[in-house]
Design a protein. Sequence first.
Lengths: 253, 650
Amino acid sequence: MARKAPDREVIPVVQRVRLQYAKRGPLKFSSHRDFQRAFERAVRRVGVPMAYSAGFNPHPKISYANAAPTGTASEAEYVEIGLASEVDTAKLLAALQQAMPRGLDMMDAVTARTSDFAERLEASVWRIALPSVSTETIEAAVAAFMERSDVQVSRMTKNGLRTFDTRQAVLEITVEGSETTESGLVCAILRLVVRHLTPAVRPDDVLSGLGQVADLVFEVAPRITRIAQGPLTESGNAVSDPLGPDRHTVDHE
Amino acid sequence: MPVTSVFDQLESLLPHVQKPVQYVGGELNSVIKDWDSVAAHWVLMYPDAYEVGLPNQGVAILYEVLNERADTLCERTYSVWTDLEKLMRRDGVPQFTVDAHRPVKSFDVFGLSFATELGYTNMLTAIDLAGIALHAVDRGLDEPFVVAGGHAAFNPEPIADFIDIAILGDGEEAVIALTEILVQWKSDGRPGGREEFLIRLARTGGFYIPRFYDVEYLEDGRIRRVTPNHPDAPWRVSKHTVMDLDNWPYPKAPLVPMAETVHERASVEIFRGCTRGCRFCQAGMITRPVRERSIETVGKMVQASVDATGFEEVGLLSLSSADHSEIQGIAKDLADIYEGTHTSLSLPSTRVDAFNVDLANELTRNGRRSGLTFAPEGGSERIRAVINKMVTEEDLIRTVTAAYSAGWRQVKLYFMCGLPTETDEDVLQIAKLAKEVIRAGREVTGSRDIRCTVSIGGFVPKPHTPFQWASQLDHETTDHRLHLLRDEIRQDRQYGKAIGFRYHDGKPGIVEGLLSRGDRRVGAVIEEVWRQGARFDGWQEHFSFDSWMAAGEKGLAGTGVDVDWFTVRERAHDEVLPWDHLDSGLDKEWLWEDWQDALSEQSVEDCRWTPCFDCGVCDQMNTSIQIGPTKGTILPMPILKKSLAVNSGS
């Protein structure tokens, strides 16, 4: 349609807020796009004073960082919003907690006082429950995997089948015993620390690698949760709070 | 027996299926209640994929009406795609609700809403996956009562073997009546088993219990008569009509899905019923009389929906929304309230003669301006007289050129093929009309940058309409006419490129026709085709005409009738129709006269603006037309949102 983009006054961003949220229970099966739609609607319902991009089809200023794959639960997802007028982060958090569906739970809100947030997300800690696999079996697989310097796996991506190394990204894998689900599945529990590389190595890629080195097939789908993501600590097997730098440059709270 | 969630079992299957989010629920405004805190447990289903079923208004309304009752809980289930069905069968996971993932079999009532008959095989999949007996007579005391509603329930005979109850008409009051009878029967200790509950329903005259009726046939295959076989079953069962829609402002807080669905918007029904009298239109015939919501109620519902959902678009629904007596005021007042926000209003297809550019401008003042859709339905003036869709070519050209000159560039036109008395020439007139639209549009805009899309499908005669006696056009002739039309448009050098052409071939229409006007003998066909694997018949990629025809031969073997008998055969005046014992309020003699008027190309007026012409509904159902104008206005609702600003009190 031959209409000109309206001359809208572009209101500058006066505050950026970084939010941490969790993806829990059944809603771990929502995709990143599903979250985006739900979040944008929640922001409208609550009346957050969003800043909009200029142009014919203005979009609210929202940026997402390193979302967990569909089907994966997470305690540590992050989103940043740009606001046209200043808000109280505690009130914003409380309002969004009410407005989001159960299972997409807003955890924290901090005014951004630093840049390079995305770069701070260096690694993730994952928890994996592997149904119908004994701890002994998986311990042997982990040992074999860690001994190797390179474990190539293939995954179908939207650009076709890609083959890449998984070993290099893995900083640590520990077997943390076993547990039983509601319907009686006995699962071995893994804790996994994975560095964020390009191309990204996902926890299911590491499982493919484990399966490959030990000749294992995981017949029942694993249950994966991101426990945390952020800057690697000095020990190299844990991450710290990525919102820490924003919190600690506080001067008037 | 405690009723527990099956989600833990399902969780292991979902990583292996397409779009798992459609099975997890978690919608904003969905309701989960404690199982043991209520006496009545309902599960509602729209028997199609989640993306189609979730936006369905019927289910959305009843979900809220039922959940508002302290003694009732209501959850929803949808059709699972074949990938998940296979895994559920392998692992023994039953049909579940998306709300609390409870097994469908645990509920008291399993209600299905049929907007189209093509959902019948999906119903069988759900009943079977739930572990419920397929045939109603085989069900035990602890199995749910299967209830059919929606427009297709006005002739539920083809699914009579699989359902316990059918409800005709508006559901709001009917589901409450059913619930109250259910709660009483349960608290009485379920005396007399399933049969006693069904008898209590039948006595009210408003619930159709197929097992209480016997159908006898003549030697030539026609129905001799349908008679109650239980003393408490009425000879005829009446439809339900909700009067004063202002008292029923549902949905109040529409469900907001996590998954993407076919309609990403909130919907507000601005009136129910239609008396335009289009003879092909079952919806218009069975939902009479017209009952408007007042401008104030519409305004409140729109604002409540936007507040509760965060949707950017609100659809103002009805069978012909531009006919609301105060549509102009509704559009203007809402556009004022939403000035400066990104909130747009939309109407479904608009009548050519009710459209005006001012209205269209108000609707899109704050949001997107997409294409406009009109439905002339018939290509020639003659065929439009037959179907009683009285718009002239002049009206159409005037309306469309007004839209083009006001800045719209895209117009969509809906038509039907296979209407009674239709010839090749009537269909080819559609091409002439479309070319004239483009010619006139180019003239007024001085631009070649305008388009028109012709969308056309096969006509299916429906029960309770003047065309219920008509012969359905065979699919070969339907396809032949559609191809003639396609060639006529594509071969036009001057205008062909500006006209888009979309059509649906004639085969699915024949199956729809079989299911629409079928009787109880068609049940065997549905069961057979389902056993052969038919699923999702409304989806082109799943529909198999050949399977249906093979099942038709097998299922109807020995009856003396076949698929053609149900579809392309014209019925005579004195034939007992399978739905004659189901009362939509329309007088059968009036329908017959209207059918005769159609054949002689006589049109009928709209009774909203002319004297009553005795269709029978208002007298029979003790109802009346409710229209405005009420001369009200829409006021902005007080803003309840708390300020998020720094330094404001919390």
